[in-house]
Design a protein around this ligand. Sequence first.
Ligand SMILES: Cc1ncc(COP(=O)(O)O)c(C=O)c1O
Length: 407
Amino acid sequence: METKDYSQIFELQNKYVMNTYVSTGLMLVRGKGVNVWDSNGKSYIDFACGISVSNLGHCHPAVTNAVKKQLSTLVHVSNLFYNEYQPRLAEKLIRHGFDGQAFFCNSGAEANEGLIKFARKWGFESGRHEIIVMEESFHGRTLATLAATGREKYRHGFQPDMPGFVHVPFNDLEAVKKAYNSKTVAILLEPVQGEGGIIASNAEYLRKIREFCDEKNILLLFDEVQCGMGRTGFFYAYQGYGIEPDGLSLAKALGNGIPIGAFLVKRKYEKVLTPGTHASTFGGTPLACAGALAVIDTIHNENLLANCVKQGHFLVEQLEKLKKKYPCMLEVRGKGLLAGVLFDDSVKVGAKLLPLLREHGLIALPAGENVLRLLPPLNVKEREIKAAVKIIAECLAILAAAKQAAT
Ligand SMILES: Cc1ncc(COP(=O)(O)O)c(C=O)c1O
């Protein structure tokens, strides 16, 4: 393969790109399936998928071909015109869940902003606007989604917070009931908290929350930006809980890397947002929707929900085996292929473990307080999981030896 000199790129980045990300210092230049390659030609197993974005693996041919074809047919039209792919995609998303309608946008934050606007508009006549949200949640970086986010570290420095959000502990029904008042219009939560540390809702809790929303006539809204699109082994994460929300947000894996987000609301709310009340220039372009349609078709054609369940069990099983050997692994968490390991303080996930894993050829992510987050593509194979877990085992052995040498 032709080698390229990328040395100048690091300088350009430092000088001209705003420094808002905690960078790994690596430059990735190519991806195929579960693998990515850096600018030195080193290959990695990618168990981050962006951050739950490339759920079909990198450069899946079905998506690449659909986008390539659309790229030379029609890339963009404004939403003042119909385009063939937007309604087709809306229909597919609706047919996978509850009857209703979709609005298309570009990112997770924008999808959640839309849900928040939808809730406010619905509650406007009755003077209700407050949304109950969860501690440790993550909903995005815009001002409204930041105010909804339940982790102070993300909000710090940007106060005053946009008003209208009340934070309560996750999985605590009584806290929700206590926070409820005559201004409450909705409850917004992630069925499985991703950034917060792979923390799943308790099934009984979600069922009771649904009942509470019905009783008080308030909306139940789910942020499925990270846990949706098959990641938990269900097309929508809520489908693992036997209840339905009134609205939900999607982004990330919807386009397998092509930027697209959406929010869906139930049929009975289809008249809440009317012409002129919400819009997005790039929302639902033919290009993005053609890509997302190929994503959904691939989930079916390749039976990826079943693979996600199967390989999710296998991954958790392998991690549980490792946990028996390494007491620093406090807890293995997993819903489908949304998996995590909580470590004790002796292993610093962000500062030590993740760089070491990368050195050994595995890309993973941090989450919450000291949780290693593993997000393999939904078409991951057993041998790839074995290879990744082997790298984790090797790195834990290195850290354990270093700790022993230091004592
Ligand atoms: C649950 C959840 N909601 C919203 C977002 C924000 O998405 P985006 O970065 O596309 O705005 C994220 C991103 O990590 C997320 O995990």
